[in-house]
Design a protein around this ligand. Structure first.
Ligand code: AMP
Length: 527
């Protein structure tokens, strides 16, 4: 067995190697071409931005920002934030056991101390002042008092122990949400950056809407598995400004479907939904909460918690035992305000007009805070449980939330890794052929001719392998075969002397003689 090398790519990241990268390039090239036909221009964004941008745009409560962000520059501004940082680390390392009262007491005391000192420091301006600081404080205080409440309950069963572990986890989790210093973070997604750029460069002065697309790596600290990585790639597009006409929603969706069709992605399924607006959604969320409270006992711990934090997320649940209960919950489509209902109906009509086949999924709520009205998701074949290749939706209000003018917005992000996986599963891979012509040259006299032939063929756009040293005929042909070359160009002493070159087609072994100009012509024609 090969010796394990000392350095390896970090779990959840990977190297993309040829020939697979050819498929990546084909996908990206197709994106450039298709998106351009819909009037989109490419935007290239920084890989890291201020943590607060993501916190504000995506929401501290989301997994993406709350748990999964790679935060950079952990350098404290002053002694107070450094002391608090160290206290936080100490708390994080505490082992808290329900059987050890002392560990519980120390944990609670340390957390209370942190809360008091942090709030004082915040008040005095000694730690990083950010808009959501009070929300972070409230969450931590709530988690701490939840923990205290739990300790009052009888400890008889396993369920209590589960709740105990969860409460400790929650306290540490919310402690981690507090931003002690103004940091930067690797981008977990790019919509926030596009909106930031729209504001920063006054793009609202251009004819609206502005249509932008991007591609590149994103970073989320998720548990790695098939189709889920710490560093993954997205191809996304955003339409900003102008109106929120349903035709825009439909056209954006149409564009993704055209892109996928061009790539011949198999087993596509498009699901759409509307999640209402700031007026009607809160009413629906309250209704959902009321209904969920009635069946709380039948739900798992995650969903139970979400009844309080974000009831919409219960609809995302994949837990088998919860499915029959979720099926009885009210549908948001029945609770949209008049404007949202009209908008949703029109989006569906416009999709039909464009021949885009969709399915409605009332449970499609999307994990990010900024979505409103139209949401959609596209799944593809061969991806197991991580089968979503694209997610998107409308986010009017996000630009304003980031300090810009009121601006309509809609967009999507495609998971390129998953898209590629699905294409590979569907056998739409690039052929393994990595060279067009392998130049099998023999003898010093033939070498100069071989160099010239390589130059001419490459100029004409052919992929050429020119071996650096002389090889025996048999060895050259087997090498050409291994590289998956289509042809071997045989240049021996005789060929060079006669000016008549032999071209061997490797698939069937046929050989034909050509003069130099005829050869180029022949290859061009048979391309
Ligand atoms: P989101 O930004 O969460 O809406 O994700 C959009 C798309 O990105 C998803 O549909 C996935 O295809 C892809 N994606 C999200 N997270 C990951 C990940 N950790 N690894 C690979 N692909 C991902």
């Amino acid at each position: 067995m090969a010796k394990k090398s000392k350095f390896q790519a970090i779990k959840g990241t990977r190297d993309l190697l040829p020939p697979e990268t050819a498929l990546w390039n084909r996908v990206e090239q197709t994106a450039h071409e298709v998106f351009a036909t819909f009037g989109f221009g490419e935007i290239r964004l920084p890989i890291f931005e201020s943590t607060e941008l993501f916190a504000r745009a995506v929401g501290l409560e989301t997994d993406i920002v709350g748990k999964e962000m790679f935060i950079l520059d952990r350098e404290y501004d002053n002694k107070t934030s450094s002391d608090l940082g160290h206290l936080r680390e100490t708390i994080n390392f505490m082992v808290v056991s329900s059987a050890n009262q002392q560990s519980i007491d120390s944990f609670r005391q340390a957390l209370s101390k942190f809360l008091v000192e942090y709030q004082e420091a915040l008040h005095e301006g000694l730690v990083y002042q950010y808009e959501h600081a009070h929300v972070s404080v409230a969450h931590l205080a709530e988690a701490l008092s939840g923990f205290a409440g739990l300790l009052e309950l009888p400890r008889a069963d396993n369920r209590w122990q589960d709740l105990f572990d969860k409460a400790v986890y929650d306290c540490k989790e919310y402690l981690g949400h507090i931003l002690l210093e103004g940091t930067n973070a690797l981008r977990p997604e790019a919509t926030a950056s596009v909106c930031r750029a729209y504001i920063e460069h006054n793009l609202q002065q251009l004819p609206q809407p502005v249509r932008l697309y991007y591609l590149g790596p994103m970073f989320r600290r998720e548990r790695p598995q098939k189709g889920r990585y710490l560093q993954f790639y997205q191809i996304g597009a955003e339409v900003l400004g102008g109106s929120d006409a349903p035709a825009i929603d439909a056209e954006v969706i149409e564009m993704v479907m055209v892109f996928f069709d061009k790539l011949e992605l198999q087993g596509l399924q498009l699901e759409v939904n509307s999640i209402g607006c700031r007026d009607c959604r809160p009413r629906y969320v309250e209704l959902l909460r009321t209904e969920l409270l009635k069946v709380k006992d039948q739900l798992g711990p995650d969903s139970q918690r979400r009844i309080e934090t974000n009831p919409l997320r219960v609809l995302d649940s994949k837990l088998e035992s919860e499915q029959p209960i979720i099926a009885t919950l009210p549908h948001i489509a029945d609770h949209l305000c008049e404007d949202c209902a009209k908008h949703y109906a029109a989006v569906k009509q416009h999709l039909e007009l464009r021949g885009v086949i969709y399915r409605e999924n009332w449970r499609l709520v999307r994990g990010l805070d900024y979505y409103m009205r139209t949401t959609f998701e596209i799944t593809a074949q061969g991806l197991g449980s991580q089968n979503a290749v694209c997610g998107g939706g409308r986010y009017d209000g996000l630009v304003e939330l980031l300090g810009g003018p009121p601006t309509k917005g809609i967009g999507f992000a495609i998971g390129e890794d998953r898209l590629i996986l699905s294409l590979q599963e569907g056998n739409k891979t690039q052929p393994k052929q990595t060279r067009d012509v392998y130049i099998a040259w023999m003898s010093e006299q033939a070498y100069a001719t071989a160099v010239r032939a390589a130059k001419d063929l490459r100029n004409a756009g052919f992929r050429v392998e020119l071996p650096p040293t002389e090889q025996k005929f048999g060895k050259a042909l087997s090498q050409a075969d291994k590289l998956g070359a289509k042809y071997a160009l045989i240049l021996g002493q005789d060929e060079v002397a006669e000016g008549s070159w032999t071209l061997k087609t490797l698939a069937d072994g046929t050989q034909t003689k050509f003069t130099e100009p005829d050869l180029l012509e022949h290859l061009r024609k048979s391309r």
